[in-house]
Ligand binder design. Structure first.
Ligand code: CA
Length: 403
């Protein structure tokens, strides 16, 4: 290998994720994360490597590169892997093609035209249903028949590291039986994964569940920040609005579906059987280990939960098939997020709402302070990776500090 890759790096030679970076002397451009370095694809291409024209790397977003299609981008990943596999003694010759990740600024990797958020974890939907509605009938009648979702807002999706301003809005004051305007007192994270559309369908032409994965370029780690008090008052009858659209944070590296292929696992059984247009190969869930950490303003870090993407009741092919079954078209760069990913146990719940059970069970952090929701100065960091047989493909992290 031309560079030394630290053990347990998310960015192994098997990963080769795409992102947009800049440095003091390099404009925004396409790069690939490898170990703790970035391979500058613009300079790499200009040096004569690969078959993709360098203009596709001299870009502020990945959309033009993604539009070339999987055949081209897979070949590119393979060419980069072959090139990286040369002897370490060659590094000095090519050192100008690499940038230390510590020295780079990462940017939102894609221009997101439309953002859709699903609600596809049965554990999360059950927990929220118990708290917001009816403990006996937590899941609404449609939930096991279709992947419930809503159209979110793309304009407020920010890259990891962007500070998040606590939102103001309307909340219901139950003591005085009237709404009031104030800063949200129930700011929350939602542990999610998102996928990015890599191929378009035309309006009126649904994507079938069997071909859906051809339309997915890759995945990111996603924190769908939520203001629970605003959400609870506003969401009836049309669903999430200002409790959600103030910000969502996204990890900067897009991991391709091809890199995640070795980590496919069986999906949970669906009962009752779903309609035919949603019947998917139930072996296409992905084992992605997830973790959320809270760091207080004084620097004390506490792990809040550990979950796994493999728990998802509805898989991505079903989500995309359902999204387009009415003829809705998706476009390259669109982001479709999973919904909060919770497991069976409280240690695997993917939001503060569930971890503190609506504030009824505040948790104690390692420094002795307690939290029901997120306070100003707190930083929430999410990490995600897949690993088996010592081969690791990871997403790095998505973090946001509340101000
Ligand atoms: Ca969400």
């Amino acid at each position: 290998m031309i560079i030394n890759i630290p053990r347990n790096s998310d960015f192994s030679i098997h990963n080769i994720p795409f992102g947009i970076f800049s440095t003091q002397d390099r404009s925004k451009r396409v790069g690939i994360a490898i170990g703790d370095q970035i391979l500058d694809l613009l300079e790499w291409s200009k040096a004569g490597y690969g078959e993709v024209d360098s203009s596709y790397f001299d870009q502020e977003v990945l959309n033009p590169l993604i539009k070339l299609g999987k055949k081209i981008t897979n070949q590119l990943r393979s060419d980069v892997q072959d090139w990286l596999n040369q002897d370490a003694s060659m590094y000095n010759k090519y050192s100008s093609l690499f940038v230390n990740q510590m020295d780079a600024t990462m940017h939102l990797p894609v221009e997101i035209g439309d953002y859709t958020d699903f609600y596809s974890s049965i554990e999360h939907a059950t927990n929220v249903g118990k708290m917001f509605r009816d403990p006996e009938n937590a899941l609404l009648p449609n939930w096991r028949h279709l992947p419930v979702g809503y159209h979110g807002r793309a304009s407020s999706i920010v890259v990891s590291g962007t500070p998040i301003k606590r939102p103001f809005g309307q909340v219901f004051d139950s003591d005085n039986n009237t709404p009031k305007y104030q800063a949200s007192e129930k700011l929350d994270f939602e542990l999610e994964m998102g996928f990015i559309i890599g191929k378009e369908n035309t309006l009126g032409n649904p994507i079938s569940v069997d071909e859906a994965e051809e339309y997915i370029f890759g995945m990111v780690l996603f924190n769908d920040w939520s203001a629970r008090d605003i959400q609870k008052w506003e969401y009836v009858p049309l669903g999430p609005f200002l409790g959600k659209n103030f910000a969502s944070s996204m990890s900067p590296w897009v991991v391709t579906m091809e890199a995640l292929e070795p980590y496919r696992v069986e999906a949970p059984k669906q009962e009752p059987q779903v309609l035919q247009y949603l019947q998917s190969d139930r072996s296409r869930n992905i084992d992605i280990k997830l973790e959320v950490e809270l760091e207080t303003s004084s620097g004390s870090k506490t792990t809040l939960c550990k979950s796994n993407f493999k728990y998802m009741y509805w898989d991505q092919a079903q989500q995309l098939a359902h999204h387009t079954v009415n003829g809705c078209n998706v476009r390259v760069g669109d982001l479709l997020a999973s919904g909060t990913i919770s497991g069976h146990t409280p240690e695997s719940y993917g939001s503060m709402l569930e971890i503190s059970w609506g504030g009824k069970k505040p948790i104690t952090l390692l420094d002795g302070s307690t939290r029901s929701f997120i306070e100003n100065g707190d930083t929430i960091t999410m990490k995600a990776y897949s690993e088996n047989n010592g081969v690791r493909v990871g997403f790095g992290e998505v973090l946001g500090n509340i101000i």
